[in-house]
Design a protein around this ligand. Structure first.
Ligand code: SAT
Ligand code: MN
Length: 604
Protein backbone atom coordinates (compact mmCIF):
# COMPACT_ATOMS: atom_id res chain seq x y z
CA UNK A 1 0.00 0.00 0.00
CA UNK A 2 1.11 3.54 -0.51
CA UNK A 3 0.98 6.13 2.17
CA UNK A 4 -0.80 9.36 1.66
CA UNK A 5 -0.34 12.23 4.02
CA UNK A 6 -3.76 13.22 5.20
CA UNK A 7 -4.54 16.75 4.17
CA UNK A 8 -5.76 17.42 7.69
CA UNK A 9 -2.22 17.62 9.07
CA UNK A 10 -2.65 20.04 11.97
CA UNK A 11 0.17 22.33 10.94
CA UNK A 12 1.28 24.53 8.06
CA UNK A 13 4.94 24.30 9.14
CA UNK A 14 6.51 23.23 5.88
CA UNK A 15 9.61 21.76 7.50
CA UNK A 16 7.51 19.48 9.65
CA UNK A 17 5.23 18.51 6.76
CA UNK A 18 8.23 17.69 4.59
CA UNK A 19 9.89 15.65 7.33
CA UNK A 20 6.74 13.63 7.95
CA UNK A 21 6.15 13.09 4.23
CA UNK A 22 9.73 12.02 3.58
CA UNK A 23 9.85 9.52 6.44
CA UNK A 24 6.39 8.16 5.59
CA UNK A 25 7.48 7.67 1.99
CA UNK A 26 10.51 5.70 3.16
CA UNK A 27 8.96 3.67 5.99
CA UNK A 28 5.47 3.11 4.48
CA UNK A 29 3.25 3.18 7.59
CA UNK A 30 -0.41 2.22 7.18
CA UNK A 31 -1.55 5.27 9.11
CA UNK A 32 -0.17 8.55 10.36
CA UNK A 33 -1.32 9.88 13.69
CA UNK A 34 -0.51 13.44 14.75
CA UNK A 35 -0.28 13.39 18.53
CA UNK A 36 -2.35 15.90 20.45
CA UNK A 37 -1.33 14.83 23.94
CA UNK A 38 -5.00 14.75 25.00
CA UNK A 39 -6.47 12.43 27.61
CA UNK A 40 -8.58 10.82 24.93
CA UNK A 41 -5.45 10.03 22.95
CA UNK A 42 -3.90 8.47 26.05
CA UNK A 43 -7.00 6.28 26.44
CA UNK A 44 -6.73 5.17 22.82
CA UNK A 45 -3.01 4.51 23.01
CA UNK A 46 -3.20 2.52 26.21
CA UNK A 47 -6.20 0.56 24.91
CA UNK A 48 -4.25 -0.30 21.77
CA UNK A 49 -1.28 -1.35 23.90
CA UNK A 50 -3.55 -3.56 26.02
CA UNK A 51 -4.94 -5.19 22.88
CA UNK A 52 -1.45 -6.17 21.69
CA UNK A 53 -0.54 -7.48 25.15
CA UNK A 54 2.15 -4.82 25.58
CA UNK A 55 0.35 -3.20 28.50
CA UNK A 56 -1.49 -4.81 31.38
CA UNK A 57 -3.65 -2.34 33.21
CA UNK A 58 -2.86 -2.31 36.93
CA UNK A 59 -5.49 -2.45 39.63
CA UNK A 60 -6.99 1.08 39.61
CA UNK A 61 -7.51 0.98 43.37
CA UNK A 62 -3.73 0.53 43.83
CA UNK A 63 -2.18 2.28 40.81
CA UNK A 64 -4.79 4.30 38.93
CA UNK A 65 -4.29 4.74 35.20
CA UNK A 66 -1.06 2.75 35.29
CA UNK A 67 0.34 -0.08 33.23
CA UNK A 68 2.77 -2.95 33.36
CA UNK A 69 4.90 -3.76 30.33
CA UNK A 70 7.46 -6.47 29.74
CA UNK A 71 10.01 -6.02 27.01
CA UNK A 72 11.56 -8.63 24.81
CA UNK A 73 14.25 -10.13 27.09
CA UNK A 74 16.94 -8.90 24.71
CA UNK A 75 15.78 -5.27 24.70
CA UNK A 76 16.29 -4.07 28.25
CA UNK A 77 18.91 -1.31 28.32
CA UNK A 78 20.84 1.23 26.31
CA UNK A 79 23.07 -0.37 23.68
CA UNK A 80 26.26 1.64 23.81
CA UNK A 81 28.09 -0.46 21.24
CA UNK A 82 25.27 0.27 18.76
CA UNK A 83 25.25 4.00 19.51
CA UNK A 84 26.96 6.26 16.98
CA UNK A 85 27.96 9.87 16.70
CA UNK A 86 28.07 10.39 12.95
CA UNK A 87 29.93 13.67 12.75
CA UNK A 88 31.06 14.82 9.32
CA UNK A 89 34.68 14.68 10.42
CA UNK A 90 35.80 11.63 12.40
CA UNK A 91 37.98 13.73 14.66
CA UNK A 92 34.86 15.43 16.04
CA UNK A 93 33.93 12.11 17.59
CA UNK A 94 35.67 9.82 20.02
CA UNK A 95 37.61 8.41 21.69
CA UNK A 96 34.58 7.27 23.66
CA UNK A 97 32.05 7.17 20.81
CA UNK A 98 31.44 4.94 17.82
CA UNK A 99 31.72 6.74 14.52
CA UNK A 100 30.68 6.16 10.94
CA UNK A 101 30.56 8.65 8.07
CA UNK A 102 27.05 10.19 7.98
CA UNK A 103 26.30 9.15 4.39
CA UNK A 104 27.48 5.60 4.95
CA UNK A 105 25.30 5.33 8.05
CA UNK A 106 22.33 6.86 6.28
CA UNK A 107 22.64 4.38 3.48
CA UNK A 108 22.59 1.48 5.93
CA UNK A 109 19.70 2.94 7.86
CA UNK A 110 17.66 3.90 4.82
CA UNK A 111 17.90 0.24 3.90
CA UNK A 112 16.62 -0.75 7.33
CA UNK A 113 13.93 1.93 7.36
CA UNK A 114 12.61 1.04 3.91
CA UNK A 115 9.08 -0.25 4.51
CA UNK A 116 9.83 -0.83 8.21
CA UNK A 117 6.56 0.74 9.41
CA UNK A 118 4.36 -1.35 7.13
CA UNK A 119 1.24 -2.48 8.94
CA UNK A 120 1.82 0.04 11.68
CA UNK A 121 0.85 3.57 12.66
CA UNK A 122 3.44 6.28 12.47
CA UNK A 123 2.97 8.63 15.41
CA UNK A 124 4.07 12.22 14.96
CA UNK A 125 5.12 13.53 18.36
CA UNK A 126 5.72 17.29 18.58
CA UNK A 127 7.70 17.90 21.76
CA UNK A 128 9.78 20.52 23.49
CA UNK A 129 12.65 19.78 25.85
CA UNK A 130 12.61 22.43 28.55
CA UNK A 131 9.96 25.11 28.71
CA UNK A 132 7.69 26.10 25.88
CA UNK A 133 8.06 29.66 27.23
CA UNK A 134 11.87 29.53 27.07
CA UNK A 135 13.63 32.34 25.25
CA UNK A 136 14.54 29.80 22.59
CA UNK A 137 12.33 26.72 23.00
CA UNK A 138 14.12 23.50 22.12
CA UNK A 139 11.69 21.70 19.83
CA UNK A 140 11.71 18.22 18.40
CA UNK A 141 9.53 16.00 16.27
CA UNK A 142 9.78 12.29 16.97
CA UNK A 143 8.31 9.98 14.36
CA UNK A 144 7.83 6.53 15.82
CA UNK A 145 5.95 3.34 14.99
CA UNK A 146 5.70 2.41 18.67
CA UNK A 147 2.62 3.19 20.74
CA UNK A 148 4.68 2.31 23.84
CA UNK A 149 7.20 5.00 22.95
CA UNK A 150 4.41 7.48 22.22
CA UNK A 151 2.74 6.84 25.58
CA UNK A 152 6.08 7.07 27.38
CA UNK A 153 7.00 10.30 25.58
CA UNK A 154 3.77 11.82 26.87
CA UNK A 155 5.03 11.20 30.40
CA UNK A 156 8.66 12.17 29.81
CA UNK A 157 8.39 15.31 27.64
CA UNK A 158 6.13 18.28 27.14
CA UNK A 159 4.35 17.27 23.95
CA UNK A 160 1.19 17.62 21.93
CA UNK A 161 -0.96 20.17 20.12
CA UNK A 162 0.12 23.17 22.18
CA UNK A 163 3.72 22.44 21.25
CA UNK A 164 2.94 21.94 17.56
CA UNK A 165 0.89 25.15 17.47
CA UNK A 166 3.79 27.11 18.93
CA UNK A 167 6.21 25.54 16.44
CA UNK A 168 3.87 26.50 13.62
CA UNK A 169 3.47 30.04 14.93
CA UNK A 170 7.22 30.54 15.24
CA UNK A 171 8.14 28.59 12.10
CA UNK A 172 10.58 27.07 14.57
CA UNK A 173 13.64 24.92 13.98
CA UNK A 174 13.35 21.45 15.47
CA UNK A 175 15.40 18.31 15.94
CA UNK A 176 14.03 15.67 13.56
CA UNK A 177 14.07 12.31 15.32
CA UNK A 178 13.13 9.04 13.64
CA UNK A 179 12.40 5.90 15.60
CA UNK A 180 11.29 2.47 14.46
CA UNK A 181 11.08 -0.81 16.33
CA UNK A 182 12.09 -2.39 13.02
CA UNK A 183 9.33 -4.95 12.77
CA UNK A 184 6.91 -4.35 9.90
CA UNK A 185 3.70 -6.35 9.90
CA UNK A 186 2.66 -8.10 6.75
CA UNK A 187 -1.00 -8.33 5.77
CA UNK A 188 -2.77 -10.39 8.45
CA UNK A 189 0.35 -10.84 10.61
CA UNK A 190 -0.41 -10.51 14.32
CA UNK A 191 1.67 -8.13 16.36
CA UNK A 192 3.80 -9.22 19.31
CA UNK A 193 3.79 -7.59 22.74
CA UNK A 194 7.24 -6.08 22.31
CA UNK A 195 8.26 -5.66 18.68
CA UNK A 196 11.95 -5.00 18.17
CA UNK A 197 14.80 -6.06 15.91
CA UNK A 198 18.09 -7.83 16.62
CA UNK A 199 19.77 -5.17 14.52
CA UNK A 200 19.91 -1.95 16.48
CA UNK A 201 21.26 1.50 15.69
CA UNK A 202 21.06 4.58 17.88
CA UNK A 203 22.50 7.35 15.75
CA UNK A 204 23.11 11.04 16.25
CA UNK A 205 24.06 13.38 13.41
CA UNK A 206 25.53 16.28 15.38
CA UNK A 207 25.92 18.85 12.57
CA UNK A 208 22.41 18.24 11.28
CA UNK A 209 21.06 17.97 14.84
CA UNK A 210 19.20 14.84 13.77
CA UNK A 211 18.52 11.48 15.42
CA UNK A 212 17.86 8.13 13.76
CA UNK A 213 17.05 5.14 15.94
CA UNK A 214 16.21 1.59 14.86
CA UNK A 215 15.44 -1.76 16.42
CA UNK A 216 14.88 -1.04 20.12
CA UNK A 217 11.86 0.06 22.16
CA UNK A 218 13.84 0.66 25.37
CA UNK A 219 13.80 4.10 27.06
CA UNK A 220 17.18 5.62 26.34
CA UNK A 221 17.26 4.05 22.86
CA UNK A 222 13.75 5.05 21.83
CA UNK A 223 12.44 8.04 23.81
CA UNK A 224 14.55 10.29 21.66
CA UNK A 225 13.99 13.50 23.62
CA UNK A 226 15.97 12.09 26.52
CA UNK A 227 19.56 10.90 26.06
CA UNK A 228 19.73 11.35 22.27
CA UNK A 229 18.46 14.93 22.17
CA UNK A 230 18.80 16.40 25.67
CA UNK A 231 22.33 15.04 26.10
CA UNK A 232 24.03 13.96 22.86
CA UNK A 233 22.63 16.56 20.46
CA UNK A 234 22.25 19.24 23.14
CA UNK A 235 25.87 18.82 24.25
CA UNK A 236 26.92 19.78 20.73
CA UNK A 237 24.59 22.79 20.73
CA UNK A 238 25.97 23.69 24.16
CA UNK A 239 29.55 23.55 22.92
CA UNK A 240 28.68 25.80 19.98
CA UNK A 241 26.68 28.25 22.09
CA UNK A 242 28.70 28.29 25.32
CA UNK A 243 26.49 26.39 27.76
CA UNK A 244 26.40 22.92 29.31
CA UNK A 245 24.07 19.95 28.71
CA UNK A 246 24.81 17.53 31.52
CA UNK A 247 23.76 14.19 33.00
CA UNK A 248 22.81 15.76 36.34
CA UNK A 249 20.04 15.87 38.85
CA UNK A 250 19.01 19.26 40.25
CA UNK A 251 17.85 19.78 43.82
CA UNK A 252 16.90 22.65 46.08
CA UNK A 253 18.18 22.54 49.61
CA UNK A 254 16.75 24.73 52.35
CA UNK A 255 18.62 25.06 55.64
CA UNK A 256 16.85 25.54 58.98
CA UNK A 257 17.86 29.21 58.72
CA UNK A 258 15.86 29.51 55.50
CA UNK A 259 18.96 29.81 53.33
CA UNK A 260 18.42 28.18 49.93
CA UNK A 261 21.07 26.47 47.83
CA UNK A 262 20.75 24.69 44.50
CA UNK A 263 22.83 21.61 43.82
CA UNK A 264 23.43 19.71 40.58
CA UNK A 265 24.97 16.26 40.69
CA UNK A 266 26.36 13.92 38.05
CA UNK A 267 26.44 10.18 38.72
CA UNK A 268 26.44 7.42 36.12
CA UNK A 269 23.11 5.71 35.38
CA UNK A 270 21.76 3.64 38.28
CA UNK A 271 24.03 5.23 40.92
CA UNK A 272 21.30 6.96 42.91
CA UNK A 273 20.60 10.27 41.14
CA UNK A 274 16.85 9.86 41.60
CA UNK A 275 17.26 8.97 45.29
CA UNK A 276 19.43 12.01 45.94
CA UNK A 277 17.13 14.29 43.95
CA UNK A 278 14.21 13.31 46.22
CA UNK A 279 16.16 12.84 49.40
CA UNK A 280 14.34 13.03 52.71
CA UNK A 281 16.89 14.60 55.08
CA UNK A 282 17.45 12.88 58.41
CA UNK A 283 18.85 16.04 59.99
CA UNK A 284 16.22 18.23 61.58
CA UNK A 285 15.09 21.38 59.85
CA UNK A 286 16.65 20.66 56.45
CA UNK A 287 14.48 20.34 53.38
CA UNK A 288 15.15 18.95 49.91
CA UNK A 289 12.94 19.74 46.95
CA UNK A 290 13.34 18.17 43.53
CA UNK A 291 13.94 19.93 40.24
CA UNK A 292 15.18 17.04 38.14
CA UNK A 293 16.68 13.59 38.43
CA UNK A 294 18.64 13.01 35.22
CA UNK A 295 19.43 15.95 32.95
CA UNK A 296 20.44 19.58 33.53
CA UNK A 297 20.86 22.29 30.92
CA UNK A 298 22.98 25.05 32.39
CA UNK A 299 23.59 28.52 31.00
CA UNK A 300 25.48 31.51 32.34
CA UNK A 301 22.98 34.17 33.39
CA UNK A 302 23.29 37.96 33.25
CA UNK A 303 24.49 37.78 36.84
CA UNK A 304 27.39 35.51 35.86
CA UNK A 305 25.92 32.54 37.70
CA UNK A 306 25.24 29.14 36.18
CA UNK A 307 21.46 28.68 35.81
CA UNK A 308 20.02 25.19 35.38
CA UNK A 309 16.77 23.83 34.01
CA UNK A 310 15.54 20.28 33.81
CA UNK A 311 14.43 19.74 30.20
CA UNK A 312 12.33 16.69 31.07
CA UNK A 313 8.72 16.30 32.18
CA UNK A 314 8.84 12.89 33.86
CA UNK A 315 10.98 10.53 35.88
CA UNK A 316 12.42 7.38 34.35
CA UNK A 317 13.77 5.74 37.47
CA UNK A 318 15.42 2.40 38.16
CA UNK A 319 12.80 0.32 39.97
CA UNK A 320 14.78 -2.31 41.95
CA UNK A 321 15.91 -0.96 45.29
CA UNK A 322 13.31 1.80 45.30
CA UNK A 323 11.20 1.57 48.47
CA UNK A 324 9.80 3.54 51.40
CA UNK A 325 13.24 3.74 53.00
CA UNK A 326 15.47 4.49 50.00
CA UNK A 327 13.08 6.87 48.26
CA UNK A 328 9.76 7.53 50.00
CA UNK A 329 9.06 10.46 47.70
CA UNK A 330 9.41 8.35 44.57
CA UNK A 331 7.04 5.80 46.10
CA UNK A 332 4.45 8.52 46.77
CA UNK A 333 4.88 9.80 43.23
CA UNK A 334 4.33 6.47 41.51
CA UNK A 335 1.51 5.48 43.85
CA UNK A 336 -0.51 8.38 42.46
CA UNK A 337 -0.72 6.43 39.20
CA UNK A 338 -0.46 7.60 35.59
CA UNK A 339 2.71 5.55 35.31
CA UNK A 340 4.26 2.87 33.13
CA UNK A 341 6.31 0.10 34.75
CA UNK A 342 8.58 -1.89 32.47
CA UNK A 343 10.24 -5.23 33.27
CA UNK A 344 9.09 -5.49 36.85
CA UNK A 345 6.95 -8.30 38.32
CA UNK A 346 3.16 -8.27 38.10
CA UNK A 347 1.30 -9.41 41.23
CA UNK A 348 -1.95 -11.33 41.39
CA UNK A 349 -3.85 -8.33 42.72
CA UNK A 350 -2.80 -6.26 39.72
CA UNK A 351 0.07 -4.39 41.33
CA UNK A 352 3.78 -4.37 40.57
CA UNK A 353 6.69 -5.58 42.65
CA UNK A 354 10.46 -5.57 42.36
CA UNK A 355 13.47 -6.62 44.39
CA UNK A 356 13.93 -4.32 47.34
CA UNK A 357 10.28 -3.28 47.54
CA UNK A 358 8.51 -4.01 50.84
CA UNK A 359 6.04 -6.92 51.24
CA UNK A 360 7.09 -9.48 48.64
CA UNK A 361 4.01 -11.14 47.15
CA UNK A 362 3.52 -14.86 47.71
CA UNK A 363 3.15 -15.30 43.96
CA UNK A 364 3.71 -13.07 40.97
CA UNK A 365 4.52 -13.16 37.30
CA UNK A 366 8.15 -12.29 36.65
CA UNK A 367 9.25 -9.76 34.05
CA UNK A 368 9.91 -12.76 31.80
CA UNK A 369 6.27 -13.83 32.12
CA UNK A 370 7.11 -16.81 34.35
CA UNK A 371 5.41 -17.80 37.61
CA UNK A 372 7.50 -16.36 40.43
CA UNK A 373 7.63 -16.79 44.22
CA UNK A 374 10.08 -15.40 46.78
CA UNK A 375 11.74 -18.85 46.66
CA UNK A 376 12.43 -18.63 42.93
CA UNK A 377 16.05 -18.68 41.82
CA UNK A 378 15.53 -15.96 39.26
CA UNK A 379 14.87 -12.33 40.05
CA UNK A 380 11.30 -11.14 39.62
CA UNK A 381 12.40 -7.96 37.85
CA UNK A 382 15.19 -7.01 35.50
CA UNK A 383 17.99 -5.09 37.24
CA UNK A 384 17.35 -2.18 34.86
CA UNK A 385 13.55 -2.28 35.14
CA UNK A 386 12.03 1.18 35.22
CA UNK A 387 9.13 3.28 36.38
CA UNK A 388 8.06 6.13 34.14
CA UNK A 389 6.01 8.71 36.01
CA UNK A 390 5.03 12.38 35.66
CA UNK A 391 7.38 14.67 37.59
CA UNK A 392 4.46 16.96 38.39
CA UNK A 393 3.10 14.26 40.68
CA UNK A 394 6.13 14.56 42.94
CA UNK A 395 5.00 16.22 46.18
CA UNK A 396 8.42 17.75 46.75
CA UNK A 397 8.80 19.24 43.26
CA UNK A 398 10.22 22.75 43.73
CA UNK A 399 8.05 25.59 42.40
CA UNK A 400 11.04 26.79 40.34
CA UNK A 401 10.63 23.74 38.12
CA UNK A 402 8.16 25.79 36.09
CA UNK A 403 10.46 28.81 35.78
CA UNK A 404 12.07 28.90 32.32
CA UNK A 405 15.06 30.75 33.80
CA UNK A 406 15.80 27.75 36.02
CA UNK A 407 17.82 28.02 39.23
CA UNK A 408 21.34 29.34 39.96
CA UNK A 409 23.55 26.40 40.87
CA UNK A 410 25.71 26.76 44.00
CA UNK A 411 27.41 23.36 43.97
CA UNK A 412 28.12 20.62 41.49
CA UNK A 413 28.71 17.12 42.81
CA UNK A 414 30.43 14.43 40.83
CA UNK A 415 30.20 10.89 42.06
CA UNK A 416 30.43 7.24 41.24
CA UNK A 417 30.17 3.83 42.74
CA UNK A 418 33.54 2.85 44.21
CA UNK A 419 34.19 0.14 46.79
CA UNK A 420 37.56 1.61 47.73
CA UNK A 421 39.82 4.67 47.48
CA UNK A 422 37.33 7.51 47.03
CA UNK A 423 36.21 9.21 50.27
CA UNK A 424 32.61 10.02 51.13
CA UNK A 425 33.06 13.66 50.11
CA UNK A 426 35.79 16.10 49.20
CA UNK A 427 35.97 19.50 47.58
CA UNK A 428 37.91 20.56 44.50
CA UNK A 429 40.40 23.37 44.90
CA UNK A 430 39.05 25.36 41.97
CA UNK A 431 37.07 25.00 38.72
CA UNK A 432 39.95 23.45 36.78
CA UNK A 433 40.64 20.94 39.53
CA UNK A 434 36.89 20.27 39.62
CA UNK A 435 36.98 19.60 35.89
CA UNK A 436 39.84 17.17 36.54
CA UNK A 437 37.69 15.38 39.11
CA UNK A 438 34.84 15.18 36.63
CA UNK A 439 37.18 14.08 33.84
CA UNK A 440 38.51 11.21 35.96
CA UNK A 441 35.15 10.22 37.45
CA UNK A 442 35.13 6.47 37.87
CA UNK A 443 32.40 4.03 38.70
CA UNK A 444 31.65 0.35 38.77
CA UNK A 445 29.31 -0.39 35.84
CA UNK A 446 25.59 -1.01 36.41
CA UNK A 447 22.76 -2.70 34.56
CA UNK A 448 21.64 0.54 32.89
CA UNK A 449 23.74 -0.37 29.87
CA UNK A 450 24.15 -3.74 28.22
CA UNK A 451 27.47 -5.31 29.26
CA UNK A 452 29.43 -6.50 32.24
CA UNK A 453 28.29 -5.16 35.62
CA UNK A 454 30.69 -4.13 38.40
CA UNK A 455 33.89 -3.25 36.54
CA UNK A 456 35.52 0.13 37.17
CA UNK A 457 35.37 2.41 34.20
CA UNK A 458 36.18 6.08 33.76
CA UNK A 459 33.06 8.06 33.02
CA UNK A 460 33.78 11.77 32.51
CA UNK A 461 31.09 13.85 34.21
CA UNK A 462 28.96 10.64 34.03
CA UNK A 463 28.61 11.58 30.37
CA UNK A 464 30.65 8.78 28.79
CA UNK A 465 27.74 7.35 26.77
CA UNK A 466 26.19 10.77 26.16
CA UNK A 467 28.86 13.15 24.86
CA UNK A 468 27.85 14.13 21.33
CA UNK A 469 31.34 15.13 20.20
CA UNK A 470 34.98 14.42 21.00
CA UNK A 471 35.36 13.85 24.74
CA UNK A 472 38.64 15.80 24.76
CA UNK A 473 36.87 18.82 23.27
CA UNK A 474 34.09 18.32 25.79
CA UNK A 475 36.58 18.56 28.67
CA UNK A 476 38.12 21.59 27.01
CA UNK A 477 34.67 23.17 26.89
CA UNK A 478 34.36 22.60 30.65
CA UNK A 479 37.77 24.20 31.23
CA UNK A 480 36.80 27.22 29.16
CA UNK A 481 33.56 27.71 31.09
CA UNK A 482 35.85 28.43 34.05
CA UNK A 483 38.22 30.61 32.05
CA UNK A 484 35.61 32.65 30.20
CA UNK A 485 33.56 33.50 33.27
CA UNK A 486 34.10 34.89 36.73
CA UNK A 487 34.97 31.75 38.65
CA UNK A 488 33.76 33.20 41.93
CA UNK A 489 30.22 33.26 40.48
CA UNK A 490 30.38 29.65 39.29
CA UNK A 491 29.34 26.66 41.41
CA UNK A 492 31.88 25.05 43.74
CA UNK A 493 32.73 21.50 42.76
CA UNK A 494 32.67 18.45 45.04
CA UNK A 495 33.14 14.71 44.65
CA UNK A 496 31.09 12.14 46.58
CA UNK A 497 31.11 8.37 46.98
CA UNK A 498 28.28 6.80 48.97
CA UNK A 499 29.47 3.31 48.07
CA UNK A 500 32.79 2.76 49.87
CA UNK A 501 32.95 -0.58 51.68
CA UNK A 502 34.81 -2.21 54.52
CA UNK A 503 36.83 -5.45 54.27
CA UNK A 504 33.65 -7.46 54.83
CA UNK A 505 32.07 -5.79 51.85
CA UNK A 506 29.59 -3.76 53.91
CA UNK A 507 28.93 -0.13 53.08
CA UNK A 508 30.80 2.24 55.38
CA UNK A 509 28.21 5.00 55.10
CA UNK A 510 24.46 4.46 55.55
CA UNK A 511 23.55 6.61 52.55
CA UNK A 512 20.04 7.63 51.43
CA UNK A 513 18.49 10.20 53.83
CA UNK A 514 21.78 10.39 55.74
CA UNK A 515 23.39 11.88 52.66
CA UNK A 516 21.76 15.13 53.83
CA UNK A 517 24.69 15.35 56.24
CA UNK A 518 27.04 15.53 53.29
CA UNK A 519 24.86 18.15 51.60
CA UNK A 520 24.96 20.16 54.81
CA UNK A 521 28.77 20.11 54.84
CA UNK A 522 28.75 21.18 51.18
CA UNK A 523 26.57 24.24 51.78
CA UNK A 524 28.49 25.14 54.90
CA UNK A 525 31.71 25.01 52.86
CA UNK A 526 30.18 27.40 50.36
CA UNK A 527 29.18 29.73 53.18
CA UNK A 528 32.66 29.51 54.69
CA UNK A 529 31.43 27.77 57.83
CA UNK A 530 32.62 24.18 57.60
CA UNK A 531 36.13 23.07 58.35
CA UNK A 532 38.17 20.95 55.95
CA UNK A 533 41.61 19.47 55.84
CA UNK A 534 43.69 19.83 52.74
CA UNK A 535 44.77 16.48 51.33
CA UNK A 536 46.54 15.56 48.09
CA UNK A 537 43.17 14.98 46.40
CA UNK A 538 41.31 18.05 47.71
CA UNK A 539 39.52 19.28 50.82
CA UNK A 540 38.04 16.57 53.04
CA UNK A 541 35.79 17.30 56.06
CA UNK A 542 37.89 18.02 59.13
CA UNK A 543 37.29 15.69 62.09
CA UNK A 544 33.97 16.73 63.59
CA UNK A 545 32.99 18.94 60.64
CA UNK A 546 30.47 16.49 59.26
CA UNK A 547 27.27 16.59 61.33
CA UNK A 548 26.81 13.10 62.77
CA UNK A 549 24.38 14.07 65.52
CA UNK A 550 21.98 11.22 66.13
CA UNK A 551 23.75 8.98 63.63
CA UNK A 552 24.59 5.51 64.81
CA UNK A 553 28.01 5.24 63.20
CA UNK A 554 31.18 4.53 65.10
CA UNK A 555 34.10 6.86 64.74
CA UNK A 556 36.32 4.26 63.07
CA UNK A 557 33.81 3.70 60.27
CA UNK A 558 33.39 7.40 59.69
CA UNK A 559 37.13 7.82 59.63
CA UNK A 560 37.37 4.95 57.11
CA UNK A 561 34.66 6.51 54.95
CA UNK A 562 36.53 9.82 54.84
CA UNK A 563 40.10 8.44 54.66
CA UNK A 564 42.45 9.48 51.88
CA UNK A 565 44.87 6.59 51.58
CA UNK A 566 47.96 7.64 49.62
CA UNK A 567 48.68 4.05 48.58
CA UNK A 568 45.19 3.56 47.16
CA UNK A 569 45.47 6.88 45.36
CA UNK A 570 48.88 5.95 44.02
CA UNK A 571 47.17 3.02 42.30
CA UNK A 572 44.79 5.45 40.62
CA UNK A 573 47.61 7.41 39.02
CA UNK A 574 48.55 4.94 36.26
CA UNK A 575 44.85 4.32 35.58
CA UNK A 576 44.24 8.03 35.09
CA UNK A 577 47.39 8.25 32.98
CA UNK A 578 46.14 5.45 30.71
CA UNK A 579 42.70 7.03 30.56
CA UNK A 580 44.11 10.40 29.57
CA UNK A 581 46.36 8.80 26.94
CA UNK A 582 43.27 7.54 25.11
CA UNK A 583 42.45 11.18 24.29
CA UNK A 584 45.72 11.74 22.43
CA UNK A 585 46.51 15.42 21.94
CA UNK A 586 42.85 16.36 22.23
CA UNK A 587 43.09 16.27 26.02
CA UNK A 588 43.37 19.81 27.44
CA UNK A 589 46.96 20.24 28.65
CA UNK A 590 45.81 21.63 32.00
CA UNK A 591 44.40 18.22 32.85
CA UNK A 592 47.89 16.74 32.48
CA UNK A 593 49.08 19.53 34.78
CA UNK A 594 46.42 18.55 37.28
CA UNK A 595 47.55 14.91 37.14
CA UNK A 596 51.17 15.98 37.66
CA UNK A 597 50.05 18.06 40.62
CA UNK A 598 48.20 15.14 42.17
CA UNK A 599 51.22 12.90 41.66
CA UNK A 600 53.50 15.45 43.27
CA UNK A 601 51.17 15.98 46.23
CA UNK A 602 51.08 12.21 46.75
CA UNK A 603 54.87 12.29 46.72
CA UNK A 604 55.10 9.81 43.84
O1 SAT B 1 18.44 4.02 30.10
S1 SAT B 1 18.01 5.43 30.08
O2 SAT B 1 18.90 6.17 29.21
O3 SAT B 1 16.67 5.55 29.59
C1 SAT B 1 18.13 6.01 31.64
C2 SAT B 1 19.54 6.10 32.11
O4 SAT B 1 20.37 5.23 31.81
O5 SAT B 1 19.83 7.08 32.81
MN1 MN C 1 20.59 8.89 33.20
Amino acid sequence: MTTTISTDAPTTHQGILDFVAEVAELTQPDRIHWCTGSDQEWEELTAALESTGTFTRLNPALKPNSFHAASDPTDVARVEDRTYICSVDEKDCGPTNNWMAPEEMKQIMRGLYAGCMRGRTMYVIPFVMGHLEAEKPMFGIELTDSAYVTASMRVMARMGSHVLDRMTELGADFVPAIHSVGMPLEEGQADVAWPCNDTKYIVQFPEERAIWSFGSGYGGNALLGKKCYALRIASVMARDEGWLAEHMLILKLTAPTGTVKYVAAAFPSACGKTNLAMLQPTIPGWKVETLGDDIAWMRIGDDGRLWAVNPEFGLFGVAPGTNEHTNPNAMKTINKGNSVFTNVALTEDGDIWWEGLENPPARATSWKGQPWTPESDELSSHANSRYCTPIKQCDILAAEYDDPRGVPIDAILFGGRRKTTVPLVFEARDWTHGTFLGATLSSETTAAAVGQVGVVRRDPMAMLPFIGYHAGDYLDHWISMGKDHDESRLPRIFYVNWFRRDEQGDFLWPGFGENSRVLKWVVERIDGQAAAVETPIGHVPAPGALDTDGLDLDAARLEAALRVDPDEWAEELPQIQTWFETFGDQLPAVLWTELDGLRARLGR
